[in-house]
Structure formats: C-alpha cells, structure tokens
Design a binder for this molecule. Structure first.
Ligand SMILES: Cc1ncc(COP(=O)(O)O)c(C=O)c1O
Length: 376
C-alpha cells in the first residue's frame, strides 16, 4: 500500500462525537436554548415533533418516545402481554438488552444462532427453537444492517407469534426498500450517543403501524394514566426528555448524510483490505447498510487489539460473550458449542473506527496498521 501515514504519527479514536458537535454546533446550541427558554422539559412540541419525524423516516404510522432503547424493547414486550410462562426467541449474538428485557418481563429467553456473515439471526434455524410456549421473536439488526425481517415474519405468522425488531443499531437501514423497524409489530430504536442518530444522553423510541399498540405503549410509558392521575393500567415512567428530542430533531436532518459517509468509509476500508486475510463485513445486497459499526474478522483477534492500542487506534469487540453463555443465563442450560457462529464471532471480530468525520488518511492509517499485523 502507498500513501498511508507513517506508523505512530496519529491517533484514531473509535468515535469522535466532538467532531460531530463542531460540525452542527450552532443548530444544536439553538435547539437547547429553545427548550430552556420554553421551559417545556417533559412532552411538548419537541417530543411530538420528533415522534412524527421518526415515524415518517421509518415508514411507520406511529412513534412513541421513551427513555432508552432498552425501554423501547421492554415496553414493546409489555404491550404485547408477554410474561411468565412465555418464551421469546432472540439472537444469541447481540447487546445484552435484546435478551435482558425478556427476563425483565418475566418470560424466558430462547436463543437462536446467527448467520456467520451478517451476524443477524439465521431464519433457517429459527423454526427449530419454537415450542408451544413461544410467544414472540425479537429480531436484531446488528451493526446497522437490517436482518431478513420478511423471512422471520413469515415464520412468525405461521405460528401467530409476535415480532419485535431490535433496530437499536439500524435506524434508516432497509430490507429491499423497507425500513428497519417498519416490518413487524414494533420497531425499537436507541438514541444512545454512539448510534447513528445519537442523543446527548439516553433516549429511545418505539415505532409501529397499529394505532392500538401505539396507544398501549403511550399509556405504559406514563404509568398507565389517561387522563393524568386516572390509571387504567400499571405502567412506568419512561419518557423521552424534550431536550433530547430537540437535539435529535437537529441531528435527524443529517442522519442520511452521516450514514452515507459511514458507508463511504466502509467502501474505502473494503478496498484497502482487498487481498488481505482480513475478513471484511458482508453487505447483503438486499439491504441498505448504515454501518453503525464496521466489524472485521481476523485470526489472533486479541493480539491485533493489543497492537491497535499500541498504535493509538480505537477499537471494540461487540460482543465478547454471546448471550447464551452469559453467567446470568446459566440456569437456562446452554453450553459452549450450542451456537457455533455466535461463539466464533465473539472470539474473532473487532470493530474499527467508522464515524462520518473520519479523514481518509485516518482510514488509510487504520487499514495499514491492521494489515501490517494480519498479513505480515
Ligand atoms: C442491539 C441493541 N439492542 C438494544 C440496545 C439498548 O439501547 P439503550 O442503550 O439505548 O438502552 C442497544 C444499545 O446499546 C443495542 O445495540
């Protein structure tokens, strides 16, 4: 390779949210000031405006803001009446919340292995996990690539199971032109700061097509009260702050540009890894990939991580322990070898910096450093 900066001459963080802030500072500062001056901190036009905008962006009829992506999943299962005695199937390879919310609702998580190329659940393995107690499936779209929701939905429909999309990492991603989150009973978004659409703190949103389900989630996020102080059911407090909503409305205008910049960075990495032993992320041509993460696969992953740290390059493993092997799920009886693709991914994958503001020379430096370790 030629043209890459000399070793040790730069540091590249995994994510640089200060660069993003610098690029839209004036609009963000004005949005924050607007909320402070209005003193409408709970509900109000910023929250309802964002709900309408995200619903439209996600090809959904409704959207309900809530406190986090975890709560979006939690409220979805709750609204569907999932509880003790029920089983919910989800991917063995995801952030913990995809499974934790099942236990939080009193139900039992059941895991299905992932496709080794996309790391999304493998629809061909799904049906074998169904039992008479199965009530729902949570289909995770990992790293920003929409999973094959139509295939999962067809299997769910056959058994009259609910389907929830964990779209925490995949807002704006598509499966054959249909937006992530729009193809099931509920789509769940996270606005954790590192997501493509990230708040200045926690936030989340549930999207749906059904007005009845929208109403149910709205009730559950506000202690089941409608009107205020009249409680038809027991819910919780899981609201999205107006300050976060105002910030997210500014950022939503830039989301497609940012996601395209991430995809462009991914394409540059892909070309720089041409002919390398590095396994590049697989992009299913049926999807729009928004590259929340750029995840490569290498032998000696842990040694590579050490080398990257020494060279000032940020990186992370999403995720080092597959869900079925987490200590808190030991009582479910899974063992090593049950989900070979998830287990291999946990050992061999690492995410590299992919954020939109990365300079080309930074990407060249990261790729050259990875290649120096992997190919020499
Ligand atoms: C796949 C997945 N599901 C759920 C969540 C939970 O979202 P939050 O951190 O906003 O609660 C995340 C976010 O980290 C995630 O990546």
């Amino acid at each position: 390779m030629s043209g890459e900066p000399a070793k040790g001459t730069m540091t590249v963080p995994l994510l640089d949210l200060r660069a993003q802030y610098a690029s839209i500072r004036q609009d963000l500062d004005e949005a924050v000031r607007g909320v402070m001056e209005s003193a409408r901190f709970i509900g109000g036009p910023e929250v309802s405006g964002l709900e309408q905008e995200v619903a439209r962006y996600s090809q959904c009829a409704h959207a309900v803001g809530c406190a986090s992506g975890t709560d979006a999943l939690l409220l979805s299962l709750w609204a569907l009446g999932i509880g003790p005695g029920d089983e919910v199937v989800t991917s063995a390879y995801s952030f913990f919340a995809s499974a934790g919310v099942i236990t939080n609702n009193g139900a039992t998580p059941v895991f299905v292995d992932v496709d080794p190329r996309t790391y999304n659940l493998d629809p061909l393995k799904l049906e074998a996990t169904f039992t008479p107690r199965t009530k729902a499936v949570i289909a995770v779209s990992l790293y920003g690539q929409c999973c094959d929701v139509p295939a999962v939905k067809a299997l769910c429909d056959k058994r009259q199971l609910y389907l929830v999309e964990d779209a925490a990492q995949s807002i704006g991603s598509e499966w054959e032109g249909r937006r992530s989150g729009s193809m099931s009973d509920f789509g769940c978004f996270s606005f954790f700061p590192s997501k493509n659409l990230g708040a200045a703190g926690d936030g989340g949103m549930v999207v749906m097509q059904s007005p009845e389900l929208a109403e149910k989630v709205k009730l559950l996020r506000e202690h089941g009260a409608k009107p205020k102080y009249f409680h038809s059911l027991v819910g919780t407090n899981s609201r999205l702050d107006a300050l976060q909503a105002a910030i997210l409305r500014v950022k939503l205008k830039h989301l497609d540009r940012w996601s395209e910049a991430r995809a462009k960075n991914a394409a540059l990495y892909n070309s720089l890894f041409e002919g390398s032993r590095v396994v590049r992320p697989y992009h299913d041509p049926r999807t729009r990939h928004i590259y929340n993460q750029y995840v490569i696969r290498v032998p000696q992953r842990d040694e590579l991580r050490k080398f990257l740290s020494e060279q000032g390059i940020g990186h992370e493993v999403y995720y080092p322990v597959p869900l079925h092997l987490q200590k808190c799920f030991a009582s479910l009886g899974y063992k090593e070898g049950d989900m070979p693709n998830a287990e291999a991914a946990a050992k061999e994958t690492v995410a590299l910096p992919i954020y939109p503001e990365l300079a080309e020379e930074q990407i060249r430096y990261v790729a050259a450093t990875v290649r120096e370790f992997v190919d020499s």
